[in-house]
Design a protein around this ligand. Sequence first.
Ligand code: NDP
Length: 494
Amino acid sequence: MAEELFVCKSFDCYLMKIKNYINGELVDPASNTFLDNINPSTGEVYSFIPDSDERDVELAVRAAAAAFAGWSNLPVAKRSDILLKIASLIDLNLDRLALAESVDQGKPLLVSKTVDIPRARDNFHFYATAAIHLSTEAHATENTAINYTLRQPVGIAGCISPWNLPLYLFTWKIAPALASGNCVVAKPSEITPMTAFLLSEICIEAGLPKGVLNIVHGLGSKAGAAIVSHPGIHAVSFTGGTKTGEWIARTAGPMFKKLSLELGGKNPNLVFADCNFEDAVKTSVNAAFSNQGEICLCGSRIFIEQKIYDRFKEAFIKRVSTLKVGDPFKEENKMGAIVSKQHMEKILSYIELAKQEGGKILYGGKQLMLDGQNKNGFFIEPTVIEGLAYDCRTNQEEIFGPVVTLTPFETEDEVLQYANSTQYGLAATVWTENLSRAHRVAARLQSGIVWINCWLLRDLRTPFGGMKSSGVGREGGFEALRFFTEEKNVCIKL
Ligand code: NDP
């Protein structure tokens, strides 16, 4: 854990000061100013984040440029060894990282321990080994020539990630970028910087050569924007909101940077009457409220075939009523805090909007006021709403919180129209025991990912990403390694 502590003037207590990781060292930002980092389950400032700007990004890019020749020319097996060491150190520090993630993000400790941190380890493990197996193509031009394709690292990659699955999504970008020989300048969300900071300590311990990975903390509008617009950064991999993605595309597009954009979602969950009812109810509750509904893949619009609507609604609410919300560190709590006050207020405003649009709150609907150390924390009850038109704002805009709507449908065509009606196209779930229907509906859904009779069942080899305003490009498997490399065709005349 970081050693430097200093006195927090406002609270007269010792709080940790997070540092940037540039050129292999933990350093203060050029501005020497810091932002408050708030623990969402207590509402209190518990550490400070560098308020970095373009000067820090400049230093990071210079460090990355100086490290590039050494790193990209290292045999892939050697790069792989170092990344595997990082994976092992993440594993060794699992408890510490999980604790840090839950304090920073508000999610239940059990979720950090069983989902976020293991997945961060797996990301490094997966790409450390995948890079060894990346192959390229050859084309024999009959009696004339042989063409072969080289895949070379793009150079310096910019990786920017959001606050909902902090280390999980941060490493999902960094690991393939590094494995394929790039140097990286990365920025985690300013709202959840802690595990990225702890990762920089792990990278030092693992012997990652200096400058290969640089982590610049701070605001998206300053540090993030400086990464996107820096001419020395050749590819930008971004996960976050659609609006931010739009700005990034507008800025990086004219500079001809490679772009991977994983953006928002408003995912439909289609429940047909011929489903396995118990599975559909249980998994739909998980899909709606896991991580407080703050997963881009959460199923926030549930469409239920009319024949089973009332039965499903009753069973769904019964199950939701068993979800305890509260202190992320108490094992009985299945939902923790919302990531920030600002985000909590946004979610609550959408619940108000739903009421104005004619929605009936079937369960929850309010901020949850707790006591003790959580009395100033940001908690919202799991909220279930019915009676809304499929095309109202509540059903079209991303809320990204513990809010789900229930809507009945009669026919396959009707539910497909509802499901495909938003600007988004990230993920969808279908519940049916009818194999033909499953294939038919999957093919017609406008989604980058379709789960049949399951949710969030992930295989890291599969392409991951969205259609329409949910993004551009795909992560996962060899897709990410292809994104972080440039193809070059070499033609040899026979
Ligand atoms: P934001 O778009 O606000 O931020 C994402 C990251 O971008 C943060 O690090 C942020 O920094 C940074 N950023 C903000 N503005 C800029 C800018 N102008 N230039 C460069 N970087 C910038 O998203 P959230 O953090 O609020 O995350 C929630 C969103 O992420 C939701 O829409 C969700 O659907 C989406 N998401 C998508 C996923 C997918 O795979 N498709 C997965 C997970 C989330 P800062 O925090 O300082 O603002």
